[in-house]
Design a protein around this ligand. Structure first.
Ligand SMILES: [Zn+2]
Length: 130
């Protein structure tokens, strides 16, 4: 059974099975699909996408990895270095999952707008007081 460990530094062109390669800035991770199909899986590491927890010898990648764009359609978690297979998703579930993934970005754009309005209002109030 394949287990995963973290390898940090420049992500190589050729990946090996069982390794999660994390770039030097720590915002990108690549690994070979856990099913063994040899496809490279990209998981951006940030608060909206994936996060890597645990030690480099027992890493956990959250949330699950769903390779809907690959032929294998594999869906799994990496928990404490182990692969935990997840049920396959139907087309409808995949679509719903994609909508959920986009939501934080939309909310962030709204927050940014709200913040800029607030700072403009504060600026106006400040000028009036002067
Ligand atoms: Zn695969």
């Amino acid at each position: 059974m394949t287990t995963f460990v973290v390898v940090r530094g420049a992500i190589p062109a050729e990946l090996s099975n069982g390794k999660i390669y994390v770039n030097s800035s720590g915002n990108r991770a690549h690994h070979l699909c856990a099913c063994g199909c040899g496809s490279r899986v990209l998981t951006p590491l940030n608060r909206h996408e994936w996060h890597l927890t645990g030690s480099d010898l027992n890493p956990s990648l959250t949330p699950s990895v769903g390779n809907w764009n690959l032929k294998c359609q594999s869906h799994y978690w990496i928990r404490k270095g182990m692969i935990v297979w997840a049920p396959r998703w139907s087309a409808a579930e995949i679509a719903a999952g994609r909508t959920r993934e986009q939501k934080p970005y939309i909310e962030d754009a709204w927050m940014d707008k709200a913040k800029s309005w607030l700072s403009r209002i504060a600026e106006v109030i400040f000028r009036i007081r002067k």
